[in-house]
Design a protein around this ligand. Structure first.
Ligand SMILES: Cc1cc2nc3c(=O)[nH]c(=O)nc-3n(C[C@H](O)[C@H](O)[C@H](O)COP(=O)(O)O)c2cc1C
Length: 254
């Protein structure tokens, strides 16, 4: 009876020891992507420049109710020494003037962007088996644009932006809630406009390349990448195709 009681304990110790020694094998985890008759070919491009193509795929993602935040993108920045970091942000506007997001200008990402404006951003829409990869550099948005967007947000979000010194250590959640309460008393109760903090605003990613990836069941995935041509590079119509607005595009091996 006594030995029986110890068996689960020994097992759990053994599992812990094993976990320390080896990784958990999840190599069998895979889903089926698109069938052979549902490929992404050059003839399916709705635009010969990346912004029009992005719009088509983004709208497809927005139309799928299973995708709750189609505008969530993983944004990678790097220090000037090349140490990368990545996090999700929400895309808030897009077009020929770039892919726009908003954040705290004193956050970790903003400090990295100040010393190295190069970024990469990735969307993944699982139910569509599609991903988009953007590489480029950022420019801060004009202050008026940040102010306009700030005031379009729900007031509690405006208050939260004022209450949070993003990416800095904080003693407890209570400290944050206390700041929030004080700001609510100052602005929400008398119904005053919350001023946008100086340290909050937007960036536009000006892309150098945008890749459209579609996952195929046979693992021969489709990848079509738009990029700016290198100096003197002329599209040959085979590997490299002429796009519009100074863009070229090519198919990449999966
Ligand atoms: C889906 C999702 C969307 C997010 N959107 C934003 C955003 O638009 N702006 C932002 O500053 N942080 C956003 N965050 C929080 C960031 O991922 C991150 O925690 C924060 O920006 C601090 O990052 P940093 O310390 O690297 O600067 C989002 C997080 C998630 C999971």
């Amino acid at each position: 009876m006594r030995t029986k009681c110890f068996v689960p304990l020994f097992n759990s110790i053994r599992v812990k020891l094993n976990l320390r020694k080896m990784s958990i094998d999840i190599g069998g985890m895979r889903i089926k992507y698109k069938d052979k008759d549902d490929t992404f070919l050059e003839k399916h491009l709705v635009s010969n420049e990346p912004f029009g193509q992005f719009k088509a795929w983004f709208e497809d993602a927005c139309a799928r109710k299973e995708i709750l935040e189609p505008n969530a993108m993983c944004l990678a920045t790097a220090t000037k020494d090349g140490f990368p970091s990545a996090r999700f942000v929400l895309l808030k506007a897009y077009g020929k003037d770039g892919f726009k997001f908003f954040t705290n200008y004193e956050s970790r990402k903003a400090k990295e962007l100040a010393e190295n404006p190069n970024v990469a951003a990735t969307f993944y829409w699982e139910v569509l088996n599609r991903s988009i990869r953007i590489e480029g550099s950022v420019e801060k948005l004009p202050e008026e644009e940040s102010i306009k967007y700030f005031h379009s947000r729900p007031v509690p979000s405006q208050i939260a932006a004022c209450a949070s010194y993003q990416s800095t250590p904080i003693e407890s959640r209570d400290v944050l809630c206390e700041r929030e309460r004080a700001l609510e008393a100052e602005y929400m109760i008398p119904n005053k406009e919350v001023p946008k903090p100086q340290y909050w605003g937007g960036y536009a990613i000006i892309p150098r390349s945008v890749e459209f990836w579609q996952g195929q069941r046979d693992r021969l995935h489709d990848r079509i990448k738009f990029r700016k041509p290198k100096s003197g590079e002329v599209p040959d119509g085979k590997l490299l195709h002429q796009g519009e607005d100074g863009w070229v595009f090519e198919r990449l091996s999966p």
